[in-house]
Each structure stands twice: as C-alpha cells, then as structure tokens.
Design a binder for this molecule. Structure first.
Ligand code: GTP
Length: 602
C-alpha cells in the first residue's frame, strides 16, 4: 500500500458516547472481526476495561476497505487507533493522535457536547488533525442531533453539514463513516525515499514473544532482519518480527511509510521501549521526531502488602504490571506502621484505582493503599526545595522552618445543565476554586472554567459533582502551574503515637474539618480492643480532634453459652479471618477497610 492509499485515524469522544461500540462496528464492517463474535468491544482487552466499561489503554487495529475513489474501486488500508475517554488518560489520547492525520469526534445525540468532548477536540485541533464530527446514538428517543450540530458550530466552529449521523447500536448511518475517513482525512505525509523514522507509540510484554512495540512508520520502511537503533538510548536491535494488528498480530515482514504496526526486537523489558522515541536504521542518522509530552504523575499513594510477609509477592506483581503500564512510577519506601512497600505515581485517581484493581485481579495481590497525595513543593529557610510525594517524609517539627509551600493546580472544564450552576459554584468555592470563565453553550447548558488545587479534585470531587448534578455534569481538567498555599501536615496519633501511613497534607483552613472526619472514621472502623485507644489528629504538637475507643470487656467466646461447639468454632474462625485483614500498628489492630475509608476524606 503506497501512502496515498493509507489513512490513519482515531476516534475521540466523551466517556460513554460510543467510541468502542463504533470501533467494533467498523471492524465488523470491514470483516476484520466477525459479526457477533461474542465479545463486545474488541479493542477493550483488559478485564478492568470490560468490567468498568471504560477504555484504559489505547489499542490499534488495521482494516482493509474498498472505496470508489476518483471513479475507480480502490483498496485502502485504514489504521484505527482507539483512545481512552477518561480524563486521567488524556496522555494516552495525545499519544494516539501523534500517529493520526484525522479523528472522528463522537458526540452522543442526546447528551451533546461534554467536558471531554471539549478537551479531546482541542487535543486533535492542536495536532492539526482533520476532525469529522459523528453524532451517535440517534436511535435514542431523546436524541436531538440539531441541537448537537448547533453546539459543534458554536463551540468548535465545525460546519453542521459535515456531521455524520449514526447509531452504532442499530447500524444506521455507519456506511458513511469510512468513505468520509477516506475522502476527508489526508494520507500520512511521510516520504518513502527518506531514511527510516519510526515513532514508538506503545509497548507491552507478551509471554511468548517478549516485548512488542506498536510503531508508526513516518518515513522510509522497515523489513524483518533490519538493524535499528533508538534515538533516545542509542541501543541497537534486530527486527525479529514485524507486521500489522489485524486485529491480532499478523506478520507481514515489512511496514511501509505511513503504516502503523508492531515490531518484535528482543528487548528484554518495556523499560527499554521509551514511548515517543524515534527508531531509525542503525546505519543512518536522522533528526528525531517531536515525540510527545511525558506522562506527568498527578497522584501518589503508598502501596503495602496487606499481609506483611507478602512483600516479595507484591514486588513481583507490581513489576509484572508496570511492564504493561509504563505510566506508573514506582519507588520502594518503608513505613513504620506498614513495613516495606512502594510509593507509586499515577496519572489520576481512576488510573490509581484501575492499577489497584488489576493488582488484585490479575496478580492476586492484596494491598493497603495510603491516602493519595499530590506532589507539593516545599521551600526551607536554607534555600533548599523538595518535592514531597509522601506526607510522612515531611517533619511535623515546627523548628523546620518553611519559607514557602506550593501546590499544583488544574484548569477544570465543567459543563452542566443551567439549573445546576448554583450547586456547582458552591462546590467549586468549597474546594478553593477560582472561576475563570462562565458562559452558555446553548439555551440549556452552561460552561465553566475553574482553577482548582489538584488536591481538591483528587479526593472525591468527581463523585460529588455527579451527585449534586444528578449525574448531568461532565468534567475534565488539564494541569496548570503551582500556586503558593498555606499547607500543614496533619498527623494521626493512636495512643499518642503518630501513624506515618495516615499523615496527610491539607490546607490550613481545612485542617479542623479533615482532622475531625479522619478521627470519626477511624473510631467507626477500628474495633474495640482489650485496652482503651485514643485517636487524635494533630498539627505539630497541637491536637485538633480527639476520640476515645473504650476497652472491650468481654472476649469473643463469652457470647457462647458454654456447650455449642460449632458456634464456638465459627466464632473463632470469624475472628481469625478478621485478623488476616488487620494491620497491627503499635499495639492497635487496624482493619484494611479503615485505610480504605480514609481515602475518601477530603
Ligand atoms: P469508553 O470506552 O469508556 O471511553 O466509552 P465509549 O465511548 O467507548 O462507549 P461505549 O462504546 O462503551 O458505549 C457506551 C454505551 O453506549 C454502551 O452501553 C453502548 O452499548 C451504548 N451505545 C453505543 N452506541 C450506541 C448507539 O448508537 N445507540 C444506543 N442507544 N446506545 C449506544
């Protein structure tokens, strides 16, 4: 396929607007997968993706389609690059877009333009992609395509006549999609006569083949047996296998200019495969491609084995998982309370949740995670500056004089029906937000931009926003600069002993409320024990909240009226089981769920 017969495109949308379903229909339409192959959403490969109905990792598939082009039937090779829809993964979106010349912008005909539609549109627009608006779900009774057309015009200056109307569910209008892709999206611009330049899009580890890299051949071509080098690391490799994803790996022995496919090179670990790297023939020297923004870690959390002896098992599970998710950063850390563990950096809260869930599901690891924190910058009077990813590492001692505390902020986009404007403004000001923009996208929907401290959206912001707007608000954010902030370290003390794994950093104005909530939660979730337990929240040496859990008077077996052996055994077993999920901190047993509950306090 010469590059004028190739189209590389992506589907972008707000979460749930139907990207994956549309992708499936296009794969069926081109015979790439069989109709009703029993596994809906072919491109969503991970178990978490299927369960949560979200796309986490972008996948690529090659399709073949015959189209009457300039008067004659012509075969085209189309590369569809699926993208995740959730805010946390916008990094993956921009990565996918780097290999495309166009994008289908899918908008739900009933819901209209939502926050991630806006964010994704601008990602595509900034990458100079041709955007084809697709108004999907027109089969729904509440569909209002004309209103959506108006919104596309007023928000993005897209011509209403360019919009395709589809139902990925019933198949209505789908026949127009691929012709539009072929006619409107330009072919990849690379030169087949130039030396090879190949963009590394993604990599994962396969048990049989080793590291598999997804690549886009920008200039030149690549053949099995070629020797290639990485512009980033200088290391050289031999191409052992090369082919396309159709949608399974299909060897072709060669990839030409403009094609997207996979290569196997005998790399040992995905750490060698730098996403965004330029690969070239070892014999030639080339100017590296622009690459893309590195993933920024927005949220950090400590991960500890729920059972202290399982450290090695957790280590192994995390290593295996990060092989396939290079966007998680991992460093070892230790906690007085929880023992040896890891500090992990994530792109966002959902990313953290998904990682956690994959650890448990795919690697059977049981973990306790500590309260998520954002990367703060603290400046000391001696001029030193530290980025704090773990609140425990910050001294509570007031003698360590700080000259400045800085916290990361985000610019949030929120779209909501106008009747919820008041509630959203209240929420945002409660979260220390500053309004930057307030307008209407049509007669019923408002659009707001806020600067918010990242810390304030990390803890339960999205759920709260959904609940105060009956699920109608949509939200997206992009990172913005750091701002000076009056931050304090909040310690939690059990029987007078600070528990390092429960320390958090909060804004001074919020400390009393957060301290009270943490203490109340712990009182609720820690069982009474044989002795009295005091639970306190403190800033330095000042106690700001306190509760006491009185000592347990009876033991478990006192409830059995002597004789009943089975009941006695049952109770003992229950007690044993309960113990398994406990963490002993000092002399106090804390159940795993108490740690979990603390995550929700903000
Ligand atoms: P993420 O992968 O999470 O970004 O979501 P998505 O945009 O890929 O959405 P997905 O394809 O998973 O569709 C979301 C829901 O909408 C699913 O329950 C689909 O069955 C449904 N859906 C998709 N297209 C249509 C359509 O044309 N009509 C109707 N009625 N439902 C649709």
């Amino acid at each position: 396929y010469p590059s004028d017969k190739i189209r590389n495109f992506s589907i972008i949308a707000h979460v749930d607007h139907g990207k994956s379903t549309l992708a499936d229909r296009l794969l069926e339409l081109t015979g790439t997968i069989k109709k009703g192959h029993g596994q809906p959403q072919y491109l969503d490969k991970l178990q978490v993706e299927r369960e949560r109905g979200i796309t986490v990792k972008a996948q690529t598939a090659t399709m073949f389609h015959t189209h009457n082009f300039l008067g004659s039937d012509t075969n085209f090779l189309l590369n569809l690059i699926d993208t995740p829809g959730h805010v946390d993964f916008s990094y993956e979106v921009s990565r996918s877009l780097a290999a495309c010349q166009g994008a289908l912008l899918v908008v739900d005909a009933a819901q209209g333009v939502q926050a991630q539609t806006v964010a994704n549109f601008y990602l595509a627009f900034e990458s100079n992609l041709t955007v084809i608006p697709v108004i999907n779900k027109i089969d729904q009774p509440t569909a209002d395509p004309d209103r959506v057309k108006e919104q596309l015009k007023s928000m993005f200056d897209l011509d209403p006549n360019d919009a395709l109307l589809t139902s990925a569910k019933t198949g209505l209008g789908l026949e127009k999609v691929l012709p539009a892709v072929i006619e409107r999206i330009p072919p990849p611009p690379g030169k087949c006569t130039s030396p090879l330049r190949m963009l590394l899009l993604d990599s994962y580890y396969d048990e049989y083949k080793g590291v598999i890299c997804h690549v886009a051949v920008v200039d030149g071509s690549i053949t099995k047996g070629d020797k290639i080098s990485s512009a980033a690391t200088g290391r050289s490799y031999e191409i052992l296998d090369v082919g396309i994803m159709h949608p399974e790996l299909t060897p072709t022995g060669i990839l030409l200019t403009g094609q997207v496919g996979y290569i196997v090179t005998g790399m040992r670990s995905t750490k060698e495969a730098r996403i965004g790297d330029t690969l070239h023939h070892s014999r030639s020297h080339v100017e590296p491609l622009p690459g893309f923004k590195a993933a920024k870690h927005m949220v950090f959390s400590g991960l500890y084995p729920a059972d202290g002896s399982d450290f090695e098992a957790l280590n192994h599970a995390i290593e295996r998982l990060t092989c396939n998710d290079a966007s998680v950063s991992v460093t070892k850390e230790s906690s007085q309370a929880l023992g040896m563990g890891f500090r992990c950096g994530f792109l966002g809260l959902l990313h953290m949740d998904v990682f956690h869930q994959r650890l448990e599901q795919e690697h059977e690891a049981h973990v306790i995670s500590t309260v998520p924190t954002v990367p703060y910058i603290f400046e000391y009077s001696d001029g030193s500056k530290v980025i704090v990813q773990n609140p425990a590492s910050l001294p509570s001692d007031p003698k360590h004089r700080l000259t400045a505390c800085m916290e990361p902020t985000v610019i949030a986009t929120i779209i909501m029906p106008s009747e919820y404007v008041g509630a959203v403004i209240t929420l945002c000001s409660d979260r220390r937000g500053e309004q930057l923009e307030y307008s209407f996208i049509d007669s019923q929907r408002a659009f707001m931009k806020y600067r918010l401290p990242l810390r304030e959206i990390v803890v339960d912001f999205y759920n709260e926003l959904k609940s105060i707007t009956s699920g109608y608000a949509s939200f997206d954010y992009e990172e913005a600069e750091y701002q000076a902030s009056d931050l304090v370290k909040l310690d939690i003390l059990l029987n007078g002993q600070p528990v390092d794994a429960m320390a958090t950093i909060v804004h001074r104005s919020k400390a009393p409320r957060v301290g009270r909530e943490l203490v109340d939660k712990l009182k609720k979730f820690i069982d009474r024990q044989m002795f009295e337990i005091t639970i306190q929240a403190a800033i330095g040496s000042k106690i700001i909240a306190r509760e006491t859990l009185s000592a347990l008077r009876k033991n478990v077996l006192a409830k059995c009226y002597g004789g009943d052996v089975t009941r006695k055994r049952k109770l003992l077993e229950k007690q044993k089981e309960g113990k398994k999920r406990m963490k002993r901190v000092g002399s106090v047993d804390i159940p795993q769920e108490a740690f979990h509950e603390l995550l929700k306090v903000g």
